[in-house]
Design a protein around this ligand. Structure first.
Ligand SMILES: [Zn+2]
Length: 351
């Protein structure tokens, strides 16, 4: 990246009302067949335009290509029965109706390569593509075949690696794995979660990222946050091992959260996507508020490694709110950039 403090979003942006019911997760598509393919591409272009208009530096598809960040990927795999659904508790927090694994899982063809090529054709900016992480995938389904969370995670890691290689070939600059489950199952993360993630990035030359957050701004998550006490130290349990891992970037939640900022020190050396936009409120941050969060983070992240970002995806937000937050992020990053360049020699920066 040649820009200092390049901005991006954690992932999803609101869907247009003609594609799916806005402000809802798992909102069903309103189109079918070829009109759905076209509709998703049109929505991707709208989403891209929104990011460019706001001044976002690293752009994405806004997740217009998927109904949900986990289930859409799983839907495309063999060995999964979507009609045979079970109700499970996701991240020990809320119940959801999920598909069942009934046989050996495999990926008959790429899930997102064509969409990534489409995005690549329409912008010269660096692009980031999100995939679900292995641990979050196994937490969003019912397994009636493998009988071991770890075994199934390794299978998914192999499949994700195949997908990631095709995304890299399609011109994706950063491949991000969404692992909100890393904030819940600490022992498993340390035992095999990070290792499975490293299997998923094996052989990749592009940058790789893991996004670990406290979830979308939905009620089940905000209620859960109320139970976490005055300091959220979940990252402390997994950052030391993550710091040792081959993952290049870590995307985390900071703004308006009770995560002590100094925990970022535990991943010193990694590129850090600092969440400077709260996705759990409709209140739009001011650029100054964004800048304040980024300034605090700069105590624990080298300037060349600071990537201003959102706390999580913005799919559940109204479109005008999301747009306002994108602009605040870009403007806040600009404030910090100007401050930084005014007080530091350019030679100090290896960017
Ligand atoms: Zn998230």
């Amino acid at each position: 990246m040649t820009t200092l403090f390049p901005t991006s979003t954690a992932g999803s942006l609101p869907k247009p009302s003609w594609l799916a019911e806005p402000e809802q997760l798992w909102s069903p598509w309103k189109l079918t067949d070829s009109t759905l393919v076209q509709g998703k591409q049109d929505a991707l272009l709208v989403s891209l335009q929104q990011q460019l208009a706001a001044g976002i530096d690293i752009v994405s598809d806004g997740e217009q290509t998927r109904q949900h960040f986990v289930t859409t990927f799983i839907e495309h795999l063999d060995g999964v029965d979507f009609a045979n659904r079970a109700t499970v508790k996701i991240r020990n927090r809320y119940e959801a109706s999920v598909p069942t694994v009934v046989g050996a899982v495999s990926r008959p063809q790429s899930v997102f390569a064509e969409d990534a090529k489409f995005l690549r054709q329409h912008t010269d900016k660096p692009i980031k593509w999100a995939l679900p992480g292995p641990m979050t995938m196994i937490d969003t389904l019912s397994d009636q075949y493998y009988g071991s969370r770890e075994k199934l995670a390794w299978e998914f890691a192999k499949i994700l690696n195949q997908e990631a290689k095709e995304l890299e070939a399609a011109g994706v600059d950063i491949i991000q794995f969404d692992e909100p489950a890393f904030n819940v199952f600490f022992d498993e993360v340390n035992d095999w979660g990070i290792a499975a993630l490293e299997r998923a990035i094996e052989g990749l030359k592009c940058d790789t990222a893991v996004h670990i957050c406290y979830g979308y701004g939905i009620k089940a998550n905000t209620d859960w946050k109320q139970t976490l006490g005055s300091e959220w130290r979940q990252y402390e349990a997994i950052f030391p091992k993550l710091q040792q891992s081959a993952i290049d970037m870590v995307s985390l939640e900071c703004h308006n959260s009770r995560v002590p900022m100094e925990l970022i020190e535990l991943i010193r050396g990694k590129k850090v996507m600092v969440g400077a936009i709260d996705v759990a409120t409709h209140q739009i941050e001011t650029p100054e508020q964004v800048a304040e969060t980024l300034h605090k983070a700069l105590q624990f992240v080298d300037a060349k490694n600071l990537y201003p970002c959102t706390n999580c995806g913005m799919a559940p937000l109204p479109r005008d709110v999301a747009q306002g937050k994108l602009s605040a992020l870009a403007q806040g990053a600009k404030l910090v950039r100007n401050d930084y360049l005014a007080t530091h020699q350019l030679d100090d920066l290896i960017i």
